[in-house]
Ligand binder design. Sequence first.
Ligand code: FAD
Length: 391
Amino acid sequence: MPQNYDVLILGAGAAGLMCAARAGQRGRNVLVIDHADEPGKKILISGGGRCNFTNIHTAPDRFLSANPHFAKSALSRYTPQDFLELVERHGIAWHEKALGQLFCDGSARQIVDMLLAECAEAGVTVACGESATQVKHREGGFTVTTSQRTVHASSLVIATGGPSIPKLGATGFAYELARQFGLKVVEPRPALVPLTLSGEDALFRELSGVATEVIASCAKASFREAALFTHRGLSGPAILQVSSYWRRGTAIDIDFLPDEGSGWLIERKRQAPRATLRSVLRAAMPDRLADALADRLGLEGPLANVTDTQLRAAEERLAKWEFQPNGSEGFAKAEVTVGGVSTAELSSKTMEAKRVPGLFFIGEAVDVTGWLGGYNFQWAWASGRAAGEVA
Ligand SMILES: Cc1cc2nc3c(=O)[nH]c(=O)nc-3n(C[C@H](O)[C@H](O)[C@H](O)COP(=O)(O)OP(=O)(O)OC[C@H]3O[C@@H](n4cnc5c(N)ncnc54)[C@H](O)[C@@H]3O)c2cc1C
C-alpha cells in the first residue's frame, strides 16, 4: 500500500528544506526524500564552511536566465531580510563581508540545523539514503517509487539541484523528470567555474598562485574582483563570475589596471622618464605577473625612449587583455549550473509546471543562476518559499 502525503519533496538541500518547512507550517503533511546520507551537503561546504547564506544586494539583474524577469516575483516576496530574520530568530551570529555577502560567524552546519529545526517544528518528515526510481502521474497526484517504498502525494516538488559537483550527490535528475513530463530544459552548463587555458595563453600557467585585482569581462558582464592564475588556467572570484557568461569559442577580457584611466602611461613617462614599463607594472601588481606582461609587451628600456603611440597601444592591451579559454574545469569543480528546467514551463509566482498541475521545480534545478556571493542560496530560499506557499 502506498504511503500518503500531501507534499513529496525530492531533494533535502537548500530549496527543498525551505519549501518543506513552509508547506508544513501551512498544515500540509510533508515528506522530503534525499539519496545522500545527510541533508544539506552543499550548504555544509558552502562559503568555506561558513555558508554565504544571502547577499543584501540581491536584485533580479544578478541572476542569469533565458527569461531575466522570471525570478522577480519570488525574490521580491522572500528577501534577504526575511532570511536574516530567520537566522536571527535561531540565534545564529553572522557578519557581512565584502560586496554585501552575509556569512555565519560559526559554521554552515548552523544553517542546516536551523532548516531541520523549522521542518521538525512543522511536522515534516526528512528521509535520507533513499532515492526515487519511478514517478507516475495520475489524476489527483503522483505516485513515486523509491528504493524503500511507494509514496502517493498530491503535490510533487523537485528540489534535486543541478549536476555540479557529482561527488556530493548532485545529479541531472530534475532534467530527466522534466523531460519525462515533456517540459523543456535549457542546456545545462557548468558555471562559477575555473577556466582552462591552452596555446599562447597556456604560458600564463607558469604564474600559478599569483592573484591580482582586475576587471574581468565577458559578453557585456564585468566584475571587479580578484583573478587567480592556476596550473590549469584562471580562477578567483572575477573569473568564476565571468565563467557563467562564457561560451566555448569566445574570449574573456581582463583589465589588469582597473584604477588607471586613459593616457596614464604617457603621464608616467612625463613624470618619470627613466622608469621602465616593467618597473611601472611591478609597482602596481605582483612582480611575477608584471614581468610576464612586460615580456609579452616587449617595450624594454626607459619610458623616455618609447613613443607615445607604443605606450598608448600597451595601455590598451593592459586594459583589455584577451584570453581565449579552451574550456572550463567542468561540473566536477563548478559551484553551480546555468540552464535547467525552462522558466517558460513554470509559474513565476509558484514554480508550478503550467502543463502539469501539482508538479513544482525549485532552486538550482530551474534555469535561474545567481552571481557568486550568496545569490544562489537566496534563489533557493525564495523559490522554495514560493512553492511552499501553495504546494
Ligand atoms: C563548493 C560550493 C560552495 C558554494 N557556496 C555557496 C555560497 O556560499 N553561497 C551561495 O549562495 N551558494 C553557494 N553554492 C551554491 C549553492 O550550494 C547551490 O546553489 C544551492 O545549494 C542550490 O540549492 P538546491 O536546494 O537547489 O540544490 P542542492 O542544495 O544541491 O540540493 C539538492 C539535493 O538533492 C539531492 N538529490 C540530487 N539528486 C537526487 C535524486 N535523484 N534523488 C534524491 N535526492 C537527490 C542532493 O543529494 C541534494 O541534497 C556553493 C556550491 C558549491 C558546490
